[in-house]
Design a protein around this ligand. Structure first.
Ligand code: MLT
Length: 312
C-alpha cells in the first residue's frame, strides 16, 4: 500500500534546516548551551539547526513563539528552569507550560554564581550581604527579566536577606554581564556558563556558587551554604521542547540527535570547562523531561508565592 504522505515526511525528517529558539539574548548562558548542542545535533541530523534568539519577559516570549509554531519538527525551543517558574510568576501566561509543548529531553544542569563588578566594596558573601542591607536603596542587581534564572536566584537572595533591591532587567545576562564588566550595575546571580571565563580572567568578583557542592571548575569558590547563606540552593536545568502535536517519530528523531550530542566529546569537554555536564542518560527522554518539568512547577510554586514580595 502507498505510504501516507505525512508518514513519508516523518520517516524522512528532517528534510530542511531546523530553527532552535533561545528565549534570551545571544552571548548569554542559555545561548551558549544552545549553540553547543545545536552544532552537535546538526551533525547527527545532517541538517542545519539555526539558533534564533527571541528575548523578552524572562524567556516567556521565546517560549510562546514555539508554543504557537507548526508542530512539524522544524521549530524547537531550548529553555531552562524558567519554564517551571513562569506559571507561578505570571498571572496571565500566553501558553500552558505543560499542555502546549512536547518534551524532547533534559540537557544539563548549570550551577549559578553570585558575582559583582570588580570594584564592588565587599570581599566575601557576608560582607556583600551586610553592604547590600545597609545600602539597599543604592545597590543595583541585574537580571534577565521575571522568569529568568538570574531573576529566580535574585528573588531567593533578597528573600533570604529580607531586603528588596533595585533590579535592572536585560534581555539576557549576556548584555547584563557587559554592564557588570563596565561597572554600570553592581551584582547579579548568573550561571557558570556565563561567569566562569570572567571570574578566571579576574574581570568580576565572585562570592559563592549556589549548588550544594563546590563546582570543580571553580574549586576555590565556596558554596553559598559555606559562605553564610545556609540552605541557599538553585541550579539551572535545561530541556528541549517542540510544539504540542509534533509527531512521535519526529520527537524520537530529535531525541536521538540530542542523546548523540550529549555523548559528543567536544560538548562534554566544553560543558566541563563551563561548570556543567550532560544530563544522565535516563533523564534524556521525553517522559523523564516531562516528569521533571511537572515536579519543578510543583516545587517552585509555593516558594515563589512565599518569596513573591521580592519578585518585583
Ligand atoms: C537567565 O538569567 O535566565 C539566563 O542567564 C538568561 C540568559 O541566558 O541570558
Amino acid at each position: 500500500a502507498a505510504v501516507a504522505p505525512a508518514a513519508l515526511a516523518q520517516s524522512a525528517y528532517p528534510t530542511k534546516s531546523i530553527t532552535m529558539i533561545v528565549p534570551f539574548s545571544a552571548g548569554g548562558p542559555t545561548d551558549t548551551v544552545a549553540r553547543l548542542i545545536a552544532q552537535s545535533m546538526s551533525a547527527d541530523l545532517k541538517q542545519q539547526i539555526l539558533v534564533e534568539n527571541v528575548g523578552g519577559a524572562g524567556g516567556t516570549q521565546g517560549a510562546n513563539r514555539v508554543a504557537h509554531a507548526d508542530p512539524d519538527g522544524y521549530t524547537v525551543l531550548l529553555h531552562h528552569i524558567g519554564m517551571s517558574t513562569a506559571p507561578a510568576l505570571y498571572r496571565k501566561l500566553p501558553f500552558n507550560a505543560v499542555e502546549d509543548f512536547a518534551t524532547i529531553g533534559l540537557v544539563n544542569e548549570v550551577p549559578m554564581t553570585i558575582v559583582a563588578r570588580n570594584d564592588f566594596p565587599a570581599k566575601t558573601l557576608k560582607e556583600l550581604i551586610d553592604y547590600v542591607k545597609k545600602n539597599q536603596d543604592k545597590v543595583s542587581y541585574a537580571n534577565a527579566g521575571v522568569g529568568a534564572a538570574s531573576h529566580l536566584c535574585g528573588m531567593l537572595f533578597m528573600s533570604a536577606i529580607n531586603t528588596q533591591l533595585t533590579t535592572i532587567p536585560y534581555k539576557g545576562t549576556g548584555p547584563a554581564m557587559n554592564d557588570l564588566l563596565g561597572g554600570k550595575v553592581d551584582f547579579m546571580c548568573d550561571q557558570t556558563t556565563n561567569t566562569t571565563s570572567q571570574i578566571k580572567g579576574g574581570k568580576i568578583k565572585v562570592y559563592a556558587v549556589t549548588t550544594k557542592k563546590r563546582v570543580p571548575s571553580l574549586a576555590d569558590v565556596p558554596t553559598a551554604q559555606e559562605a553564610g547563606l545556609p540552605g541557599f540552593e538553585v541550579a539551572v536545568w535545561h530541556g528541549i521542547y517542540a510544539p504540542k502535536g509534533t509527531p512521535k517519530p519526529v520527537i524520537d528523531r530529535l531525541n536521538k540527535a540530542l542523546k548523540a550530542a550529549l555523548k559528543d566529546e567536544t560538548v562534554k569537554l566544553r560543558f566541563a570547562d563551563l561548570g556543567t555536564e550532560p544530563a544522565a542518560d535516563n533523564l534524556v527522554t521525553p517522559e523523564a523531561h516531562l516528569a521533571h518539568l511537572k515536579a519543578q512547577i510543583a516545587l517552585w510554586d509555593p516558594i515563589i508565592k512565599k518569596a513573591g514580595a521580592f519578585a518585583d
